[in-house]
Design a protein around this ligand. Structure first.
Ligand SMILES: [Zn+2]
Length: 151
C-alpha cells in the first residue's frame, strides 16, 4: 500500500515511510522529511530566540521557503541562521536571512571542502598498508667504505 508524505506529498510504500500518530490519525512521512522538519523547527526556534521577534510564524516559513527555492537545503538554512548568531548579525525580519545567505553558504561550502579533504587523508592513513610480497631476498649491500682497507 502506498501512502502520501504529509510534508513533501511524495507517495511511497507504507513500509518505507515513518508513521507519526497524531491523536487517532496516522500521519506518514519520508524518513528524510522527518529530519528536515526537525531541522526546520530548529531554524525557527533559533530565529525567535535570537531576534525576540513577534513576527507570525508564517513569515518565517515564507522566508525559509524562499531560500529553499534557491536550491538550499534545510541544513544550509540552519547554517545561515547559525552564521547570523555567531557573527551577531543584525536580523530584524525573517526575510533578512536571505541577505546573509551568500556569505554563509560560501563559508559552509569551503568548510565542507576542507572536511572532505581531511576525511580523505584520514581514510588513507587508516587504510591497510599494501604489502608487496616478493621472492627476492634482500640484496646484500656492499659497503662502499670499509674501514679495514685502511688498517
Ligand atoms: Zn516526504
Amino acid at each position: 500500500m502506498q501512502v502520501k508524505c504529509k510534508f513533501c506529498s511524495n507517495k511511497n510504500d507504507k513500509e518505507q515511510m515513518e508513521c507519526v500518530k497524531k491523536g487517532k490519525v496516522n500521519n506518514y512521512y519520508c524518513p528524510k522529511c522527518l529530519i528536515d522538519i526537525k531541522t526546520r523547527d530548529e531554524i525557527i526556534n533559533k530565529f525567535y530566540e535570537y531576534t525576540n521577534s513577534l513576527v507570525v510564524i508564517s513569515q518565517v516559513y515564507l522566508a525559509i521557503n524562499k531560500l529553499k527555492e534557491k536550491k538550499l537545503t534545510y541544513d544550509d538554512i540552519l547554517y545561515i541562521m547559525d552564521y547570523v548568531i555567531n557573527n551577531k548579525c543584525v536580523l530584524n525580519y525573517p526575510a533578512g536571512l536571505a541577505f546573509y545567505a551568500d556569505r554563509a553558504i560560501k563559508q559552509k561550502r569551503e568548510l565542507d571542502k576542507i572536511k572532505e579533504q581531511k576525511e580523505k587523508v584520514l581514510k588513507s592513513i587508516f587504510e591497510k598498508p599494501t604489502i608487496i610480497e616478493t621472492n627476492n631476498t634482500p640484496k646484500k649491500v656492499d659497503s662502499a667504505f670499509d674501514i679495514t682497507n685502511f688498517l
